[in-house]
Design a protein around this ligand. Structure first.
Ligand code: SAM
Length: 218
């Protein structure tokens, strides 16, 4: 592990405040082998909370195919299998090969493991998923705000979009994020079902929050 809780928070903060996409990805390369243990120590349960929303909102939605964007080491897939007891298709997509490699070793029965740097539309067929999830990856120098409409194309009409962003995000990321979502809602492309905040690191002294969003594709 990287050390004490504050060492771990410093690593996370370094990633969150990295100057550009190359340094962000380099940080993940260096961090991958400690990622799961470090985040377990600080109580990172945002993927688990997002999967709780998956369970709540898929009660009346047929789900056979899920895409996890910015999947990292596969936490979302893990909770989909263990907590949601979801047995259908999971494809995972991430820019970082080290993170994906770790995910591939977890015996979570992923169908496709896709390495791709998201900037807009994804390298998958339009409307080919019932649910798209993206946890912890909408952030500065991570998945750009402007890619939201492109990403949403992967979900069929009536399907769900479940994703998160940090509330106290560096720069104006969350403000731009919320403005674009509001515009898409006005354009009747999506409908908001839920938004709520959870503590990002449940065991850390300093509490920061993530917002979880649940939308339906129209
Ligand atoms: C904080 S991790 C979250 C991983 C996982 N969802 C979780 O909750 O543990 C962010 C992930 O997003 C990936 N990422 C960042 N920017 C990306 C981009 N533009 N396209 C694809 N993946 C990206 C990183 O490689 C990293 O694995």
């Amino acid at each position: 592990m990287s050390g004490t809780q504050s060492d771990i928070i410093n690593v996370v903060s370094g990633v969150a405040h990295a100057e550009n996409r190359e340094t962000t990805q380099k940080s993940y390369d260096d961090w991958t082998k400690n990622y799961d243990e470090d985040l377990g120590n600080v109580g990172y349960f945002v993927p688990k909370r997002a999967v709780e929303s998956f369970v709540k909102y898929t009660k009346h939605v047929k789900v056979e195919k899920v895409l996890d964007v910015g999947a990292g080491t596969g936490f979302v897939g893990q909770y989909l299998r263990t907590d949601a007891k979801y047995e259908g298709v999971i494809d995972i997509l991430d820019a970082n090969i080290e993170m994906l490699y770790l995910a591939s070793k977890k015996d979570l029965n992923f169908r496709n493991i896709i390495r791709h740097w998201v900037e807009g539309k994804l390298p998958v067929h339009d409307e080919s998923y019932d649910v798209m999830m993206c946890v912890g990856s909408f952030a500065p120098n991570h998945v750009p705000v402007t890619s939201l409409p492109g990403i949403f194309k992967c979900v069929r009409k009536g399907g769900l979009l479940i994703f998160t962003t940090r509330v106290q995000s560096p720069r104006s990321y969350k403000q731009e994020f919320d403005e674009l979502l509001a515009r898409m809602e006005l354009d009747a492309a999506i409908k908001r079902l839920d938004t709520y905040e959870v503590v990002h690191f449940e065991n850390a002294e300093k509490k920061i929050n993530s917002a979880i969003y649940v939308y339906q594709k129209l």
